[in-house]
Design a protein around this ligand. Sequence first.
Ligand code: CP3
Length: 340
Amino acid sequence: MIFIDACFGKDTPHTPVWMMRQAGRYLPEYMKVRQKAGDFLSLCKTPELAAEVTLQPVDILGVDAAILFSDILVVPLEMGMKLEFVKGEGPQFPKPVICENDLSALDINRAVENLKYVYETIKITRSKLSHENALIGFCGAPWTLATYMIEGSGTKTYSKVKKLLYTNPRFLHAVLFKVTETLKLYMEEQIKSGVNVVQIFDSWASALEDSAFFEFSWRYIKEICAYLKSRYPHIPIIVFPKGISGYLDKIDGDFDVFGVDWSTPIELAKEKLGHKYILQGNMEPARLYDKNAIKNGVEHIVSIMDARRHIFNLGHGILPDIPVENAKYFVDLVHSLTKK
Ligand code: CP3
């Protein structure tokens, strides 16, 4: 699999490419299956249909890897929190974690057991996916999940979780610890079910100042990496802490690929981390609105990375109103410009 070779720094015939959020609303084929399922969570919980949408971007766009169709928030859901996807408002936990009792009501083993529909989706997808294509498993980072669990929804100010961080750090650490323990076992089950590589999404990393990032986010990501690497060294790990370009000097840990977000210049990431880790990324997703913007974006990244030690991706998720034709143009262009 060229994707896995690339994760380990081996030479490949071209730079592999995929897009974060590549299975989603910009694909009419996705909307059809979602309608059949009824709603988003039912789609996640119906393995046959979730496998179908996982495979769509590989068939339609020719990306080198499929990413499991699920969501980072199914973990707190199956730990015992009620989760709602409110149209136009994004995901919400109507009863957020506020006190010790809320936390002790959440159950690690129950989550790992209840997430069977994810493992089933992986098994079906892997059986249908070509051996040339990698299947990516994923989870949210403990900090990003804890933020959702404590805020109850997306947030601009992070006021509830940050208030805890400075007034009751022990409690926040207790939440992070419990989520981390769950994620270790959950990712282990994903690997046993057949994923070839895993990615940890820390979408809210940029909310934290330097010292807080390393204390409340990065150390837990590193713990998950160490747990998985000691047991499954052949499974590459991709980390994606979004918006932390100021802290790159202090990044270390037992992972293989560092996901660069679009706000971090690829030159800077290469200088600071390119010798230690394979880099993934990082075209600004909005460039997909225009073919010329795509061409300039791809050419710039190719000029810096020179088709070495690199996996192509966007610098965050694809937006729901991107023309499919442009997404395909992006994938084809990466393949042709990086061909050896
Ligand atoms: O990348 C993929 O194609 C695989 C599936 C995937 C989804 N969510 C499907 C999804 C992945 C990897 C995620 C990760 C995820 N989910 C993150 C981390 C990545 C990032 O973007 O920063 C976060 C923060 C979430 C939480 C979440 N779930 C949000 C903010 C939303 C969007 C709400 C909205 O209305 O747009 C979701 C829902 C969601 N997850 C959708 C999809 C395809 C949209 C559901 C739909 O309308 O069909």
